[in-house]
Design a protein around this ligand. Structure first.
Ligand SMILES: *Cc1c(COP(=O)(O)O)cnc(C)c1O
Length: 396
């Protein structure tokens, strides 16, 4: 509904409280992804305070939504982009290109040109062929070399698909020099939802050594990009972000002088700032268990159950009564579309609402419209105001 005045609810509202969820679902329908702007700001602020001096580039991938970008832009964030669609999204959100870096390790020349035309000039490479793509853009573009540190225990290991061996950094810098391409620094990503900060610390120490060696050969690297991986709470609580970051902060303090640390947090900022709301479409008692069929499922916001290995805390909004062993299934006709095989829930009726917590990251972002079940409507709520009344199903 472009142009309509924003709906204003009570500004003191917690949009994650039961009465607020009911009002929002009554008005906007189901399924919903409710994002709380205040929680977004708080998550951003806590990470920024835990890593003072580190520039935070919010990675759009876990929740590529314009109102989310605008809230974080106003909170002071920079941005980490990987695709032309993400570039277009931040451009429409009015983010200055100097606040953006492009971190996809593999790009077509047309992708590089699109980013450069948008004013983004820092890219990531991890191999000689990719580096050679920058020879003709050497006047405008600089690169970070992405290094992989293997055998580290993150749930989503990102160092298999991308990143060069630490031993390849020196030859890559040599190749860059022969091509006259500027190497601005190093980057790594230890993998998403890191269980503890040890991997970040190890990688920072290894990169500090690589940077010192490059300096001794006359190549001054000025950036260390420590990637994402900062965890969020799901059913298993993680250490608070302050304690997770304390050893990382200490490792960064030991970097050679003149090296600016930056990070690319995604999950830790958006995951706790959103909840998924769905509705029981039908139910059946099959054997000992009640099966509830929701209007959102594995092909929708709960896609992260599969792709992201995430176990969201799920509860019924009407929480009274005896808990019975239950199954939560998605709406599609596919038998794989089951969210929870064994969950204790009160007896639910058709129309009752289900809430999934910590659902901001890698949920709606990876949802499909399989079987033509629409993706959840994203509502970004800021102190009682809906920030974007346009339901951004097809046009993020
Ligand atoms: C996905 C991704 C991120 C965000 O990672 P989180 O673990 O969600 O913080 C950051 N950088 C790159 C290059 C990514 O691909």
């Amino acid at each position: 509904m472009p142009g309509s005045s924003p709906t204003v609810f009570d500004p003191s509202w917690d949009p994650f409280a039961a009465d607020a969820i009911h009002r929002l679902a009554d008005r906007y329908g189901s399924p919903l992804l409710i994002v709380d702007a205040e929680r977004l700001r708080e998550r951003y602020r806590r990470l920024a305070d835990a890593l003072p001096g580190t520039r935070l580039h919010f990675a759009l991938k876990p929740l590529p939504h314009r109102a989310v970008v605008e809230v974080l832009r106003d909170a002071g964030a920079s941005f980490d982009l990987a695709t032309n669609g993400e570039i277009e999204l931040v451009r429409r959100a009015g983010v200055a290109p100097e606040r953006c870096i492009h971190t996809h390790p593999i790009k077509r020349d047309s992708d590089i040109r699109t980013a450069l035309a948008a004013g983004i000039d820092t890219f990531v490479v991890d191999n000689p062929d990719e580096l050679r793509k920058f020879a003709k853009h050497r006047r405008q573009a600089g690169v970070l070399i992405r290094v992989a540190f293997r055998n580290l225990g993150a749930i989503c290991d990102l160092s298999r698909k991308f990143g060069c061996d630490p031993a390849e950094v020196e030859p890559l810098i040599g190749l860059a020099e022969s091509l006259d391409v500027r190497v601005r620094g190093l980057s790594f990503h230890v993998g998403s939802q890191a269980p503890d900060p040890a991997m970040h610390v190890e990688a920072i120490e290894a990169c500090a050594g690589l940077i010192a060696r490059a300096a001794a050969r006359g190549s001054a690297l000025e950036i260390l990009d420590i990637g994402g991986g900062f965890p969020a709470d799901y059913r298993e609580p993680m250490p608070p972000i302050e304690s997770f970051c304390a050893p990382i902060r200490a490792a960064l303090a030991a970097l050679p002088r003149g090296v600016q640390p930056i990070a690319e947090p995604g999950r830790t900022i958006v995951a706790p700032a959103a909840i998924g709301v769905s509705t029981v479409m039908g139910r059946a008692k099959r054997g000992e268990r009640w099966w509830y069929y929701l209007d959102d499922g594995l092909y929708g916001s709960y896609s992260g159950r599969l792709y992201d290995h995430a176990s969201y805390p799920i509860e019924a909004l009407s929480n009274g009564g005896e808990r019975l062993p239950s199954v939560l299934a998605g709406p599609t006709c596919d038998s794989i579309d089951v969210i929870e095989e064994d969950i204790a829930l009160p007896l639910l009726a058709i129309g009752d609402r289900i809430v999934g917590r910590s659902m901001g990251a890698y949920t709606w972002a990876s949802a499909s419209e399989f079987n033509f079940f629409a993706k959840a409507t994203v509502l970004v709520v800021d102190r009682g105001r809906i920030l974007d009344e346009r339901h951004e199903r097809h046009e993020p």
